[in-house]
Design a protein around this ligand. Structure first.
Ligand code: HEC
Length: 291
């Protein structure tokens, strides 16, 4: 109820403002430009409560943060670029449109069906920045000028990412979604509901299944989905991975470690630093979803 009230408030302020001389950009109920960021607000069951569109001008009107482009997996050919990035802290963005209850998590959805989850804690620990400009240009204009990958309309960067935890061989990942066209905001507690292993409450901390669960949240969820949760870039569901983990555990582990050793043109990135314990944790975790 509260959330709905906040949104309706935000939207009605928009309507009032639109009728005034001095227009201040506000959230809109419809898309006006391809660069509008669509924001979905979901309840704990994953149902959409509301969706709004934020224009580039609206985002630029929020308090801005700056950082320098560095160690971004989207620009591997520019490792020492000193491009200046400017954008909005994800937490600032959430508070601007969701003032009644900012205790939410976010998921960034990308044009190519890749997605990145941002648990509440990660938002507070790392302050992901939704980048609006690079060296004063839109990401698209900058990419054209520099003949490099075009992350338009939006991508995420950090001022300084230091992992907060490590699970076996997986450090907390700096999520770097690019070509973000949509944000979902949802209660933090329901972010990973559909990929939580059965009987997880009975498992002791540090059990392989729970470790695999935490690694999957950092990694696999970006391209593989369980229902509405996770990216669909891989076109292979959680259920499919579960069946592979159960029927061919060695193939599963080898694939996760180094897909190209099995399929020379594999598109999935390798995880060469995963040791046997890490691969086993993932295999055990995915097996729990097999029939
Ligand atoms: C960046 C995207 C991406 C990520 C992240 C990713 N995958 Fe994949 N995965 C793919 C794609 C794409 C395929 C389809 C095969 C290919 O690579 O061409 C695939 C295929 C697979 C397969 C092969 C299924 C089969 O039918 O043979 C397995 C197993 C798998 N992934 C497991 C995982 C696990 C476990 C993780 C997390 C540790 C993970 N993937 C993370 C993109 C990804």
């Amino acid at each position: 109820m509260l959330r709905q009230a906040a949104l309706i408030f935000a939207l009605s302020v928009g309507l009032v403002a639109a009728g005034q001389q001095n227009r201040r950009p506000t959230p809109a109920a419809h898309r006006h430009s391809p660069s509008d960021l669509e924001v979905f607000i979901l309840d704990s069951s994953g149902k959409t409560i509301s969706n709004i569109f934020l224009s580039r001008a609206f985002l630029a009107g929020l308090p801005q943060k700056t950082t320098i482009l560095k160690a971004d997996e989207n620009f591997p050919e520019l490792p020492t670029s000193h491009a200046r990035l400017k954008g909005v802290d994800l937490d600032t963005l959430i508070r601007a449109i969701y003032p009644s209850d900012p205790r939410v998590a976010a998921v960034a959805l990308c044009r190519d069906s890749y997605n990145s989850p941002f648990p509440r804690q990660a938002i507070l620990d790392h302050h992901p920045i939704l980048v609006l400009t690079i060296d004063g240009l839109s990401p698209h204009a900058w990419a054209r000028k520099n003949h490099t990958y075009d992350p338009m309309p939006y991508f995420i960067a950090y001022q300084d990412f230091v992992p907060s935890f490590q699970v076996l061989n997986q450090d907390e990942r700096a999520q770097h979604p690019a070509e973000i066209i949509r944000l979902e905001l949802l209660p933090s507690t329901s972010l990973f509901t559909s990929i939580t292993p059965p009987n997880s409450a009975q498992l002791p901390p540090g059990s392989p299944v729970l470790d695999g669960f935490r690694i999957a949240q950092q990694n696999c969820i970006r391209c593989h989905n369980s229902g509405e949760t996770g990216g669909t870039k891989a076109h292979r569901t959680w259920q499919h991975l579960a069946e592979v983990a159960k029927s061919r555990p060695d193939y599963f582990a080898t694939w996760v470690h180094d897909p190209m050793s099995l399929k020379p043109d594999a598109k999935m990135p390798p995880n060469l630093k995963y040791d046997q314990a890490t691969l086993k944790a993932l295999t055990r975790y995915f097996q729990t979803f097999a029939p």
